[in-house]
Design a protein around this ligand. Structure first.
Ligand SMILES: CC(C)(COP(=O)(O)OP(=O)(O)OC[C@H]1O[C@@H](n2cnc3c(N)ncnc32)[C@H](O)[C@@H]1OP(=O)(O)O)[C@@H](O)C(=O)NCCC(=O)NCCS
Length: 160
């Protein structure tokens, strides 16, 4: 995806928060309601400076976002808490662009590794494939974590 002024990754703005929640809902059965409510709270917290949140704008339209921050009690580890691209923009390189901008921001803030927790069910297969393609190593898996039959899969990427 070529980035132009109308096609960019930028810090998330207040007007993006509701669009980010719309994108989470548009992903169908990926996120449960409790997750969407938590994500909405964390979007507000990001706007208050507690997390780093980046938005992808494609031809003037909000296309997706990521939200990350230093993992509590660590010096140089960050968690990528949320990554969501509206289905209208899937497979256009939006997540790749968000990820790459996030890694730069994190590295510039002293981050040495990014950790992600994602789901093991089928709805999360695009996410697992994305993280693998983006250079994340699977580093753990807990069966039945979210509910019976739904594992948590852990990934980590070392930033050089
Ligand atoms: C996972 C997600 C963020 C990927 O976003 P995206 O913008 O479509 O991904 P990109 O276009 O940047 O894909 C980059 C690479 O990731 C891999 N990838 C992404 N989606 C894939 C899919 N559905 N199947 C296989 N590989 C996929 C590919 O290697 C792709 O490169 P390619 O298109 O050149 O083959 C998106 O599917 C999404 O928002 N899903 C719902 C929410 C979610 O699961 N978030 C993560 C929670 S932890």
């Amino acid at each position: 995806m070529g980035l132009t002024p109308l096609n960019e990754i930028a810090p998330l703005l207040p007007r993006d928060a509701a669009l980010a929640v719309d994108a989470l809902r548009a992903c169908g059965d990926v996120f449960i309601e409790e997750e969407i409510l938590t994500a909405a709270t964390m979007l507000q917290e990001a706007l208050d400076g507690e997390y780093t949140a980046l938005a992808a704008i494609v031809e003037g339209e909000f296309a997706g976002y990521c939200l990350a921050g230093r993992t509590p009690f660590t010096v140089s580890t960050w968690h990528l808490y949320w990554l969501c691209v509206h289905p209208r923009f899937h497979r256009c390189g939006v997540a790749r662009a968000l990820q790459s901008a996030l890694e730069k921001t994190a590295r510039d803030s002293g981050c040495e590794r990014i950790v992600v927790e994602t789901g093991g069910r089928k709805a999360y297969e695009p996410a697992r494939r994305f993280y693998t393609a983006a250079g994340y190593q699977q580093c753990g898996r807990i069966e039945d974590y979210y509910h019976p039959g739904d594992a948590c899969v852990f990934y980590c990427k070392l930033l050089s």
